[in-house]
Design a protein. Structure first.
Length: 1270
């Protein structure tokens, strides 16, 4: 059916009174009062001859059009009977007859005159059209678009109620249209008078506007409470077409389709033709970047959808989060729709921008029209004429609140990366600007616009186009609001909803519409340098770029500076292009990066392999490194080239491929990438790997992915923005699955943990290491880059802390956060120079569970806590604790007492910074034992090893640069050794006595033998800290007998001797090697007789070594001293019987196994004795006395002994027991001649004289000798 041809109806079925409008989609029809009165096809005029006919319109096509007459006739019986023709609009057709709602206009016919007898009021959610009774109805063809209609004239005027206005139809004319696009629509015209001065224009009174909506917030909530929606709606109303002259509206209103812009429309020109005279010109709230106002004029075209107004949805309550319009009560309002020419743009003046070199400079726009609240978000027009702004209604206008942690995301489609910033709970009109020469869209972060270096300390604004407004979308649009003239009381809300909804959605929609321009596959040779000159540019917070022209990738994006040599930021992404670049060119910059693949598709970082990193890679354990062949090939390539820097990953990967002739695997490539990425901040001696290939951590306990958050938005907190994924730039890059919800969930879990730590600390009135982090995420004015869950490689720990790598689970070790806050800079003669970036961060490694291993594991090391805080680029706090598990010492299993941590000694680490000469600072880390303890040894003569002090020291740090990746640490202990006391002979001397045990005295009350420098060493490779080797350096142990109280009846207390040290053999249970072959005999000792039960020593064995100084033999021996060494040995009970073996032996020069001792004198003379024997006895005071007997002592010459017979020398200590520094001895001689009992007294006297003892005493201090004869 064409616009000029008269509408026709076709019979629905044979014999049926029902006719359907041709080409009407079975939604408009005619029900004849007499089925036989008409043929199968009739015109509108013919149908009008039926005085009892029914003309009806439906809201949708019925399921059975041919049989629809039955239900329709049944429905009519439910209505008041008609006395003549009737118009009927039926809604709810899909619900069945019981769900239908009808609105009728009844008429009466007298002759050829048909009069409306029953009017109707149509209420479309507050837009009310009153069709009055009284007019005459006729069929007529409109003169404007030649469409047909039922015209009502000569009656009361149809009235429109909209907003605050009540408007009557012009000339009291109205009708029901049969225009093919809107059959059943009420049509009329409205003449709107020009507003008087200070008078509200009629269009404004009608509510014609752009509207945006947000939840109303409870005004009585506390200051620190999160926003609480009341359920109500707050509306921002902006008038984009401000009436200044008389205007005629050409109105069409379909009661069944009020939101269909084709069927319900208030045009500024007649439908299907142009308005007589010139179109009206409207003021608007849009302005140029120079502050000039913009005017709008409807485009004059012959169209059925003329520029004008349509109905949009205003929600009255929020309803469920993300609810659709049908879920909540709504009201309708008028909003603009259609094309308008932009006028008033040529006002003169130009924006001052940076002067760039000719090879990268782009033509400046002739006019810049602002899109929102700031001058950094605008459309650049190439000319002042021929520009069209198109309003497109029915677009989303509701800015939902940020979701709570447990709320599901609201996505417009299944594959959406993030929910939209605006939803269609409310609707309005968006815009698009077109021109003969494509306009360009410009946007920069409001809080971080870019400036090029200037002169005299000034900077010049660097204008960069984000994209051309060219698209394949047939109806592109984005929210664009002109705020000029907005009431002051609405300004705060306008800024808020612009920030939360309008600006993010504008950026998103422009990106979707223009993505084919910039979201393209990168060139194969992405490693090529920029074609043009690279101009450094900087934003006030210090984020910087290397700009190479609008048509080129940015050479680099600098997010921080650790102290570069060229004065430019050294923490850089490189080759910024595509979606990455677009995301940064946004007026509201909040971006979360977490997908390495997505980011590297539009950018890169620089790479460099060094000698140190190559050596670390070489030392990686099998399965985690690279093959020897690949390593050799790559090492030769980079070393030959001088370890160069590769600006992009493409260039770096090409080098790896060429070096290995293409044999390198993807896994091996990733190993090199993770070690070589140069996005690596260094704070002090701490290195953080932030390059994208280091983000993924699938084996980590905790967050599996690092994320970089760019926040350059003021007025909203980071925590708030994390919740509001609709405000995220480039949400596709936030997670490997392309979903912002994944990143949101991970980040909020990190935030919750931090808040819980702070809350717990406050309850204890202490500080939390997370205080600074929580302060930042809750500061609406903080701007910068915040990295979360950053890799901190164990192979780069500061040298003093390298030993900690052996006790840290790599799966749980990472930086909780690292913040790059601000980088100060200067501009001198157009050159930018950057200072060091202000940073803060936290490493908080926690593994508090005590370690436990079975007794066959001698030693183990574990770090339970390592908390390191950074502030202002320096280490600010350091707290650490570690455990050294000791299950075995001196060959025996241990049990630590007292303890609440098993056999673990706890070390606490502290950081000390001291001022050094020259103003520098000297930083040290100290690890010392938290509290003393004692290891009780099982089945050993050494019953207890008390540890009073222990410290950990780096004996040898790794130096990967030289190829040494091995770390050696020493746990140096000092304390007391306590031995069990044998019953009658005590060569072990220190520890609790038997009497202490008998009367219940605590064993620890006996101090024991002081020792120091007992060292347990730990060695491992930095590249494989899980492969740890422990050794014991007990042979170098220092014993301090002078400061140790021996037992009262011990050998040391009662005999003049000196403790010289400890003799040991390696413990196979520690070394894992074969038992030692060393025995006391191989060490020069022979076992001697003593009142102690001795046995064969097993491996390992240990012994206290003493020296007894017997003085000299005078001139005959050249004054050579006689020194006897004693060994009090023991081996723990490692035999099946569980018995401790004891040993007591002697050693001195000339020992001939068990056959005696021979000491050379002069010539053929020597002196010697056969054996040594120790005995004891108790004196009158119950004090034990020790005697050392040298048996068969004498002078030897040519096999003869003198004197003949048996000569014994007995050595003893000071009998008065006041000290052990005095040595006495006596000799007994027996010539071997027996004297009978019957011998005379004289003979007996001579024999006794022959056996007369000779006693000598000496001082152990001065070696003076005295003789007494008795």
């Amino acid at each position: 059916m064409s616009g000029g041809a008269e509408p026709a109806f076709n019979r629905a079925a044979a014999g049926s009174p029902l006719y359907w409008l041709a080409d009407g989609g079975n939604r408009a029809g005619f029900l004849a009062s007499d089925a036989a009165a008409f043929g199968d096809t009739i015109t509108l005029s013919t149908s009008w001859t039926d005085a009892g006919g029914l003309w009806f319109w439906l809201d949708q096509t019925p399921a059975d059009p041919a049989g629809f007459a039955g239900p329709l006739q049944a429905f009519l019986t439910l209505l008041p009977p008609a006395r003549g023709p009737r118009f009927l609009w039926i809604a709810g057709v899909a619900l069945g007859i019981n769900g239908w709602t009808g609105s009728a206009i009844n008429m009466a016919r007298s002759g050829d005159v048909t009069t409306v007898t029953g009017g109707q009021t149509f209420d479309a959610a507050g837009i009310v059209v009153v069709a009055p009774a009284g007019g005459q109805v006729m069929v007529e063809q409109a003169s404007s678009d030649q469409s047909w209609l039922f015209r009502v004239h000569d009656g009361a005027a149809l009235t429109l109620l909209a907003g605050d206005a009540s408007l009557a139809a012009s000339q009291n004319l109205w009708g029901v249209s049969y225009n093919p696009l809107r059959p059943g629509a009420l049509v009329w015209t409205l003449d709107l008078a020009a507003p008087a001065v200070d008078e509200v224009p009629v269009l404004t009174s009608m509510g014609a506007s752009l509207r945006f909506f947000a939840p109303d917030i409870d005004p009585f909530m506390t200051l620190d409470a999160p926003p609480v929606p009341t359920g109500g709606i707050r509306s921002l109303q902006v008038v984009p077409l401000r009436q200044r002259a008389a205007v005629t509206l050409y109105c069409a209103f379909d009661p069944l389709a009020p939101l269909d812009p084709t069927r319900t429309r208030f045009g500024l020109a007649p439908f299907g033709t142009t308005a007589p005279g010139d179109a009206p010109v409207f003021d608007s709230g849009y302005v140029t970047a120079l502050g000039y106002g913009v005017q709008l004029k409807p485009v004059q075209i012959a169209s059925q959808t003329q520029p004008g107004f349509v109905l949009a949805v205003q929600p009255l309550t929020t309803g469920a989060t993300g609810g659709a319009p049908g879920d909540v009560p709504v009201a309708y309002y008028l909003t603009p729709d259609g094309d308008f020419t932009l006028l008033g743009l040529d006002q003169g003046g130009q924006l001052a921008t940076a002067q760039l070199s000719e090879d990268i400079a782009a033509p400046a726009p002739a006019v810049r029209v602002l899109c929102g609240t700031t001058g950094l978000d605008y459309v650049g027009l190439n000319t002042a004429d021929g520009n069209v702004l198109s309003f497109r209604a029915g677009r989303a206008a509701y800015a939902p609140p940020a979701r709570a942690d447990d709320e599901a995301p609201i996505l417009t489609q299944e594959d959406a990366a993030a929910p939209p910033a605006l939803t269609d709970l409310g609707t309005t009109a968006w815009s698009w600007i077109s021109a003969g020469s494509a306009p360009r869209y410009y946007a920069q972060p409001e809080d971080a616009p870019f400036y090029a270096g200037g002169y005299s300390g000034f900077l010049s604004y660097l204008e960069m186009a984000a994209t051309d407004l060219v698209t394949e979308d047939p109806a592109p649009a984005f929210p664009m609001v002109g705020y000029a003239g907005l009431a002051a009381e609405d300004a705060v809300f306008a800024r808020d909803i612009e920030a939360r909804g309008i600006a993010p959605e504008r950026r998103r929609r422009i990106g979707l519409a223009t993505g084919t321009q910039w979201d393209v596959t990168r060139a194969a040779d992405a490693s090529a340098p920029p074609v043009g000159t690279v101009t450094p540019a900087v934003s006030p917070p210090g984020i910087a770029i290397g700009y190479a022209g609008d048509g080129q990738p940015w050479a680099w994006l600098g997010i921080g500076n650790m102290g570069s040599s060229d004065g430019l930021p050294d923490l850089r992404f490189t080759a910024i292009d595509g979606a990455f670049r677009q995301a940064l060119l946004s007026n509201r910059l909040f971006m979360v990066l977490g997908s390495a693949a997505t980011v590297m598709a539009s950018g890169s970082v620089a790479y460099q392999l060094t000698q140190a990193s190559m050596n670390l890679i070489k030392a990686l354990p099998p399965g985690k490194g690279v093959s020897e062949t690949v390593w050799n090939q790559v090492s030769a390539t980079v070393s030959r080239a001088g370890y160069p820097v590769y600006d992009t990953e493409t260039a770096f990967d090409q080098m790896l491929t060429q070096a290995t002739s293409g044999t390198i695997t993807a896994e091996e490539t990733l190993v090199f990438q993770r070690f070589a990425g140069l996005l690596t901040p260094v704070i002090g001696d701490w290195l953080f790997r932030m390059s994208p290939r280091n983000w993924a951590a699938p084996d980590r306990q905790g967050p599996k992915n690092a994320r970089l958050i760019f926040k350059f938005i003021s007025g909203r907190t980071l925590a708030d923005l994390v919740s509001d994924t609709a405000a995220w730039n480039w949400p596709e890059a936030s997670s490997d699955d392309g979903k912002a919800e994944t990143a949101r969930s991970d980040i909020q879990a990190i935030i919750r943990t931090a808040r819980e730590s702070v809350a717990t600390a406050r309850l204890k009135n202490t500080a939390s290491p997370y205080d600074r982090f929580v302060e930042v995420i809750d500061d609406p004015d903080w701007a910068g880059v915040l990295a979360l869950s950053v890799e901190v490689p164990l192979d780069t720990l500061p040298e003093p802390l390298q030993p900690l790598a052996a006790g840290i689970d790599p799966a749980g070790f990472y930086a909780h956060h690292l913040g790059l806050t601000a980088t100060s800079f200067t501009s001198d003669n157009g050159t930018l120079s950057f200072d060091t970036t202000s940073t803060f961060g936290l490493i908080d490694y926690q593994d508090p569970i005590d370690q436990y291993f079975s007794s066959d594991i001698a030693f183990a090391f574990k770090v339970q806590q390592l908390t390191v805080g950074f502030e202002n680029g320096r280490l600010a706090s350091f707290t650490s604790s570690a455990q050294l598990m000791v299950n075995r010492v001196f060959g025996a299993q241990t049990r630590l007492f007292p303890t609440g941590h098993g056999n673990n000694l706890i070390l606490d680490g502290v950081y000390q910074s001291e001022a050094a000469d020259g103003g520098d600072r000297r930083d040290t880390y100290v690890f010392a034992m938290r509290e003393a303890g004692a290891f009780q040894l099982q089945l050993s003569q050494l019953t207890e090893m008390a540890v009073d002090q222990m410290r950990m020291a780096t004996a040898r740090a790794a130096d990967p640069q030289t190829g040494n990746t091995t770390v050696t640490a020493a746990f140096q202990m000092a304390g007391r050794l306590r031995f069990a006391e044998p019953e009658k002979f005590d060569p072990y001397c220190w520890g609790p006595s038997l009497s202490d045990a008998a009367d219940g005295t605590d064993a620890k009350s006996a101090a024991g033998l002081a020792y120091s420098n007992y060292a347990i060493t730990m060695s491992f490779s930095l590249s494989d800290p899980t492969a740890v080797t422990f050794t014991v350096q007990d042979g170098g142990l220092t014993l301090n007998a002078a400061n140790s109280q021996a037992r009262a009846n011990s050998l040391f207390a009662r005999f003049p001797l000196r403790l010289t040290g400890l003799m040991t053999t390696p413990d196979p249970a520690v070394t894992g090697a074969d038992p030692s072959t060393r025995t006391p005999e191989s060490a020069g000792f022979v076992s001697i007789s003593a009142p102690i039960q001795q046995g064969k020593l097993r491996q390992p064995w240990y012994g206290l070594v003493y020296e007894v100084d017997l003085g000299t033999l005078g001139a005959l021996a050249g004054s050579v001293g006689i020194t006897i060494r004693l060994l009090a040995g023991w081996s723990p009970a490692n035999d099946p019987d569980g018995k401790t073996s004891l040993y007591f032996g002697v050693a001195l020069p000339g020992v001939e196994q068990m056959l005696g001792v021979s000491l050379p004198l002069q010539g053929i003379l020597d002196i010697g004795f056969r054996t040594v024997q120790f005995t004891t006895y108790d004196d009158a005071d119950s004090g034990r006395q020790y005697l050392m007997r040298l048996r068969d002592f004498g002078l030897h010459v040519l096999g003869l002994s003198f004197p003949p017979g048996k000569n014994d020398i007995t050595v003893f200590g000071n009998p008065d027991q006041t000290s052990n520094t005095k040595l006495g001895w006596y000799a007994a001689y027996d010539d071997g001649k027996a004297v009978s009992e019957t011998a005379t007294p004289a003979v007996k006297a001579r024999a006794a004289a022959a056996r007369r003892p000779i006693r000598l005493t000496r001082s152990a201090r001065n070696h003076d000798t005295q003789k007494e004869t008795r």
